[in-house]
Design a binder for this molecule. Structure first.
Ligand code: PLP
Length: 403
């Protein structure tokens, strides 16, 4: 916590919202500027070679691919909010994913992944890291016992998202981590759909958390970023190997500032996203054109108890299918007026996506593109924004009337 934060009692730990606004930055260090400065510099200069040697010897600031004071405020703050010892910010969520995989895994290692993941993470697992002699083993982790059937002495990492993109299913972090630990495999959780305001996987036994900062953490759809959070030693390794020379995927300091700004309202936004999405999910469930709806906090979620154990709220993401399947989904998307058709999520604007349509379009240029396990042709993904709930529903209801 910064010196500027009022320490009401010496043993009082400020709450999440306070830390999201203040942690890791003291205006007194920067001429009293309440908003952190943005350091635009490629290199750091030294008065003498001795000083430069000393900085190099203790891993200090030499060059901005590895160090930037603005980005370090973001890393410190995110680590604190996630309950991690350290954090590393990267250029995008995929940069974080690539840095994690290339930084931790070597030829001959195995990584177990849940069968359903974000589409480009699937591409990394199918076409990317196997080229380096790393074996990827997809499995259905919705039953954590399935993990036991694929773990070997070569399993180094178990990787999954919860809630899962795009299905919004919930995976049991504690049960999966407990099983992975028996063979000494590490567990990395992509918590993008929940953000640390709702879910902190390290508290449930995970070792590393990944976020696409592009989504809820920035929250305003105007910048890309990614982060890895975990123990000091692992993050230092990912920094000095993964970021420094394997990917070089540095976050811009301007993006770091914008993400710090978005982060200040994260708890408020997540509460509003969650409330509105649950309301929309219930309304969809009651509509005659709708076949099924997934939202973590819906009573019909078969993993509701797990969701309530590891999440403080259900988040703004939901998935649903229409009785009229693929064609119905296309008609619905075409009928929407307020919700933007878009592939991102977690913004203040409501965004809607139909993965099967994207796949068909991609297959025209890449015929080898395959569907993702667990994602049906009817699945519609909705990222419920912060517009008035009645307006979001009115838009959906008029479009549903046309399918
Ligand atoms: N993880 C999840 C769950 C995502 O949804 C995404 C992007 O949609 C990513 C990772 C990748 O993040 P980025 O787009 O910032 O590279």
């Amino acid at each position: 916590m910064s010196k500027a934060t009022p320490p009401a009692e010496s043993n009082h730990r400020p709450g999440f919202a306070t830390r999201a606004i203040h942690h890791g930055y003291d205006p007194a260090d920067f001429a009293g500027a309440v908003a952190p400065p943005v350091f635009f510099t490629s290199t750091f200069g030294f008065g003498s070679l001795e000083e430069m040697d000393a900085a190099a010897a203790k891993g200090g600031k030499l060059y901005a691919r590895e160090h930037n004071p603005t980005t370090e405020i973001l890393e410190t703050r995110l680590a604190d909010l996630e309950g991690a010892e350290a954090g590393l910010a990267l250029a995008t969520g995929m940069a974080a994913c690539g840095t994690l995989m290339l930084g931790l895994l070597s030829q001959g290692d195995e990584v177990v992944v849940h069968r359903t993941l974000y589409a480009n993470t699937v591409a990394l697992m199918r076409d990317g890291i196997p080229r380096f002699g790393i074996k990827v083993v997809p499995v259905d982790l919705s039953d954590p016992a399935n993990l036991d059937t694929v773990l070997t002495e070569r399993t180094r990492l178990v990787y999954f998202e919860t809630p899962v993109n795009p299905t919004s299913e919930i995976l049991d972090i504690g049960a999966i981590a407990g099983r992975a630990r028996k063979v000494g495999a590490r567990v990395a959780v992509d918590g993008t759909f929940a953000s640390p305001a709702l879910q902190r996987p390290l508290e449930h036994g995970a070792d590393i958390v990944l976020h696409s900062l592009t989504k809820y953490i920035n929250g305003h759809g105007d910048v890309l970023g990614g982060a890895l959070l975990g123990d000091r030693e692992t993050i230092a390794h990912l920094h000095s190997h993964g970021l420094r020379y394997l990917t070089g995927a540095t976050l811009s300091p301007m993006a770091a500032l914008m993400i710090l700004r978005g982060l200040k309202t994260l708890p408020l936004r997540m509460e509003a996203h969650s409330r509105s999405a649950l309301e929309i999910a219930r309304r969809l469930q009651a509509h005659r054109a709708v076949a099924w709806v997934n939202h973590p906090f819906l009573d019909s979620n078969p993993n509701l108890a797990v969701a309530k154990r590891q999440m403080s709220n259900g988040s703004g993401m939901l998935a649903f299918g229409l009785k009229q399947g693929f064609e119905g989904a296309r008609r619905l998307l075409d009928g929407l007026r307020l919700a933007h058709k878009g592939v991102s999520l977690g913004d203040v604007e409501t965004l809607v996506n139909h993965p099967a349509s994207i796949l068909r379009a991609r297959q025209q240029v890449r015929p080898e593109a395959k569907p993702i396990d667990g994602v049906g042709e009817d699945l519609i993904r909705l990222s419920v924004g912060l517009e008035d709930n009645d307006d979001i529903w009115a838009d959906l209801a008029q479009a549903l009337g046309k399918v």
